[in-house]
Design a protein around this ligand. Structure first.
Ligand SMILES: [Mn+2]
Length: 359
């Protein structure tokens, strides 16, 4: 479904008695206005939406931020903001506590000049961003499809003597050739004993027969992120390695099949966790099951025991259980899914059957 993001935010502001907001962080600024440049402030009240930027971005802002009036500031951007606040005279001004202390100091001065209080709005925008519009889902679907192709590319191109870093560079290059703007986070290629590090970014380690290799990667397409993990084997694997792989794969499948609108994030986490605990590896699954994905690689909700958010239609989340045996090996399998009223849309289609490359 397509919806107006700015109007949704305005409604939440109104509910909270926030007369005006000044939005400054990159992703929220892009989300609410469509402006992709690196320097601007948004001023938003119930009637006005104004983007204040400098000479360099005037043309781009006018083109991208179509719902906003674009104005240029010459010296201090907060002079323009203070004038806008002055016209509206709100009791409370919304701001993002995620921004810097310096920004907070400047905005505090604006609030004082206008006899207004400051109110945090990060959580309001987070609530809007949790549920994706049709075009956001389409962008993430495309980003996920590039990831799937990237996995196949790696299966076809991993050769004896390659290091983790070599594989990561080839993969990143491939995804950019396929249309990715960038990687969505530092590519994780963790082989052999390094695969027990849940966040083992690619190192100089050379792949060997008997290794499991955890490959966790993603890209950005049309500003939206993808995120997937596959674990593959090199040469012959032990029965224990294959058994652990099977447990993680089954836990992931169980969680996928349970996913639907109306359940809590914590209940979903519990489904995969219970399967792994019952088979004796609960202690070795030390992270949460997943997270929301959107403009940023980690967004709300968290799919964790501590997050009681109700999953709803068109939230996009990862499902990524893992088992890590310290100093030996690890397995993780991750897909992106879009939550639906009666189930889910799987956004990754790369095989999860254990792939073994024979050198
Ligand atoms: Mn992830």
């Amino acid at each position: 479904m397509e919806f107006n993001k700015l109007e949704r935010f305005r409604r939440l502001m109104k509910d909270q008695g926030i007369g005006a907001s000044v939005i400054s962080t990159k992703h929220n600024r892009y989300y609410l206005s469509g402006f992709s440049g690196s320097s601007a402030l948004l001023y938003i009240d119930q009637e006005k939406a104004v983007l204040v930027t400098d000479f360099r971005y005037m043309e781009q802002a006018a083109k991208e931020a179509t719902e906003f009036t674009v104005i240029e500031h010459k010296k201090d951007i907060f002079l323009e903001i203070s004038a806008l606040v002055g016209e509206q005279a709100p009791d409370r001004i919304g701001f993002e506590e995620e921004d810097s202390y310096l920004f907070f100091r400047h905005l505090s001065k604006v609030a004082k000049e206008n006899n207004a209080d400051l109110a945090v709005v990060d959580h309001l925008i987070r609530d809007v961003r949790e549920v994706k519009s049709g075009s956001e889902i389409a962008a993430i679907r495309s980003a996920a499809a590039i990831g799937d192709k990237g996995f196949q590319f790696m299966l076809d191109s991993i050769k004896p003597g390659m290091s983790e870093r070599h594989i990561a560079v080839e993969l990143e290059c491939f995804m950019k050739r396929e249309g990715a703007q960038d990687v969505s986070f530092e590519t994780i290629i963790a082989s052999g004993e390094r695969s027990s590090l849940p966040h083992g970014v690619a190192s100089d380690r050379i792949l060997h027969a008997g290794d499991l290799v955890v490959m966790d990667f993603g890209c950005i397409y049309d500003y939206y992120c993808s995120d997937m993990t596959r674990t593959i084997g090199i040469g012959s694997l032990s029965d224990e390695q294959k058994e652990i792989y099977g447990i993680v794969k089954d836990a992931q499948q169980k969680a996928l099949e349970a996913t639907k609108s109306g359940m809590t994030a914590s209940a979903l986490d519990e489904i995969a966790r219970k399967h792994i605990c019952d088979l004796g590896y609960g202690e070795q699954f030390g992270h949460s099951l997943g997270h929301g994905v959107g403009l940023e690689i980690h967004e709300a909700p968290r799919i964790a025991g501590s997050d009681t958010t109700l999953l709803t239609q068109d939230m996009i989340i990862t499902i990524e259980p893992g088992i890590y045996l310290d100093g030996q090996f690890g397995v993780r399998i991750e897909d992106l899914v879009c939550v639906k009223d009666h189930g889910y849309e799987l956004m990754n289609h790369a095989t999860k059957e254990l792939q073994i490359i024979h050198f």
